[in-house]
Design a protein around this ligand. Structure first.
Ligand SMILES: [Zn+2]
Length: 98
């Protein structure tokens, strides 16, 4: 499944409900799912992690659709490497404390 197909699939499954709920409430659901992903990471539960990643992906795509964003184009931003430095791997200054 391409990202475009995934976005179309999520819209077919949830699009009408997402549009009724609106972008602000849908975004709050995405944030709640990110919290569930954080809990799954803390518990180191591989099954829960896989499910929470898929939920975060689906809610992110729902928010993108409501905002008129084409996720395939968003992903293409990374097709040639890091969007900031162009590197693969990224050669931007490290964001972690030394
Ligand atoms: Zn970079």
């Amino acid at each position: 499944m391409t990202l475009r197909e995934f976005q179309q699939r999520i819209d077919a499954i949830y699009g009408a409900r997402d549009r009724r709920r609106g972008i602000d409430a849908t975004f709050r659901w995405l944030v709640e799912e990110v919290g569930e992903l954080a809990r799954a990471l803390r518990r180191r539960n591989p099954q829960a992690l896989a499910e929470e990643v898929s939920d975060v992906l689906a809610w992110t795509v729902s928010v993108a659709t409501l905002a008129g964003v084409d996720v395939e184009k968003s992903a293409a931003r990374y097709a040639s490497g890091c969007p900031k430095c162009g590197g693969t791997p990224c050669e931007c200054p490290a964001d972690l404390p030394a």
